[in-house]
Design a protein around this ligand. Structure first.
Ligand code: NAD
Ligand code: DAU
Length: 362
């Protein structure tokens, strides 16, 4: 594999994957393809933007013509596809955008890759389309000790998870129908640096810093399974290089937390690191109306990945959350640029053109 496109590389997880690949594989050309929606932020990649094996391309994954041309021009061997609309609350307000990007965008990439790779003498030999998905496609678990395995039936509930489930099906269909070398992975909730502050952990860290209310949905009893983002990026590296074609791997760290418990850990950690009395901000907790269709519990069984490919999470949660809180407190400017909207002005200066979106071609 020489020329690799990573879609969504200016987002939270994508930026960690781009950084890992650019630093670890100087012999690869890594192309970060991102539309720079509200969730994309090139400041996430400041430390690697000048590396010779890194290139940024602003593109919408729904733009079939542009992506097909990029495949040809850059002779792309591998695609690691993370670009998506990723926030459940936004999907409840605006499902169409999720269907467009997550479903049609993924299909557009698949079709362009198919046409390009099938035009080569070696066809699919040495090629790979790796699709990053989520545990939410499996639906919700009861409050018991069951886990999502790779065999769990898809049962998505939110417009976000329905769109991700649909894209997963398209990826598998391109393997089963055309023989495209695809892989799908389904990961649990990620946390760590560079996460957009609409998601629970960075939103709450920032609110605690400014002593703003912490909106806990429902009773705070929903359970999520948390994985440090760099461990996800390492799993993606392992699977991209050593995973079996057409397989699915679940990624998770066996680290379930009730929302209210993780919120209390975050509050106490922020208080301690800011030199406040530990727990003095617990009174910022504010119970609010529940998220519509709020999934009760997610929990991933990642034993297949651990047994077959030897991946393991590297960080204990206590260490990961301490590192994460410290990072957000040390990077106030990054956070303030987002909350003020300044980070988006930077794109307008750099990329004056608007992005045309053309329909999918046969
Ligand atoms: P994110 O919202 O932080 O980043 C998404 C990125 O995709 C942004 O840079 C955005 O600009 C880009 N993008 C969006 N629409 C685009 C389009 N039409 N064309 C090109 N680029 C576009 O998301 P994230 O949390 O980093 O998630 C990345 C992927 O991992 C997603 O596919 C998500 O479903 C999956 N995932 C996320 C988690 C999690 O906990 N965050 C867990 C499991 C799986
Ligand atoms: O499970 C993987 C998924 O994790 C990814 O596929 C999604 O892209 C990612 O956004 C995440 O989805 P969640 O909905 O679980 O993450 P979020 O951070 O939005 O919420 C975590 C939990 O906290 C969830 O139960 C809802 C709750 N919550 C969230 C917010 C933003 C609150 O109680 N208050 C809040 O303000």
């Amino acid at each position: 594999m020489k020329n690799i496109v990573i879609t969504g590389g200016a987002g939270f997880i994508g930026s960690h994957v781009v950084r890992l690949f650019v630093n670890k594989y100087p012999e690869y050309k890594i192309i970060n393809l991102d539309k720079l929606t509200y969730a994309g932020n090139l400041a996430n990649l400041k430390d690697i933007e000048d590396k010779p094996n890194y290139k940024f391309v602003r593109m919408d994954i729904c733009d079939f013509d542009a992506f097909y041309k990029l495949m040809q021009d850059e002779q792309i061997d591998g695609i690691i596809h993370l670009a998506a609309e990723s926030h459940v609350d936004r999907s409840i307000k605006d499902p169409f955008t999720f269907a467009r990007t997550n479903v049609m965008g993924t299909l557009s990439l698949l079709q362009a890759a198919k046409l390009y790779w099938e035009s080569l003498p070696e066809k699919y030999e040495g090629k790979r389309f790796y699709h990053i998905s989520t545990d939410e496609v499996y639906g919700a678990l009861e409050f018991d000790d069951t886990l999502f395995t790779e065999e769990t039936k898809y049962n998505p509930h939110s417009p976000y998870s329905a769109s991700k489930a649909s894209s997963d099906h398209f990826v598998r269909a391109y393997h089963d129908t055309y023989g495209m070398p695809t892989i799908v992975t389904n990961c649990s909730n990620n946390y760590g640096p560079y996460q957009f502050p609409e998601k629970l952990i960075p939103l709450f860290i920032n609110n605690i810093r400014h002593r703003k209310p912490l909106p806990v949905y429902g009773k705070g009893e929903n359970v999520r399974d948390w994985l440090y983002v760099e461990d996800h990026a390492r799993a993606i590296d392992t699977i991209f290089h050593n995973g079996k074609i057409a397989e699915t791997y679940n990624i998770g760290g066996f680290n379930e937390w009730k929302n209210i418990d993780i919120i209390k850990v975050v509050i106490k950690t922020v208080d301690r690191l800011l030199g406040r009395a530990e727990g003095e901000d617990l009174d910022l907790i504010t119970y609010v109306t529940d998220r519509l269709g709020h999934d009760a519990r997610y929990a991933i069984d990642s034993r297949k990945l651990q047994a077959e490919l030897g991946w393991e999470p590297s960080l204990q949660f206590e260490e990961g959350i301490e590192k994460t809180v410290r990072w957000y407190l040390d990077n106030e400017e990054w956070m303030d640029n987002i909350t003020s909207g300044d980070y988006e002005k930077y794109y307008d200066e750099m990329y004056a053109t608007s992005l045309p979106v053309r329909p999918l071609k046969q």
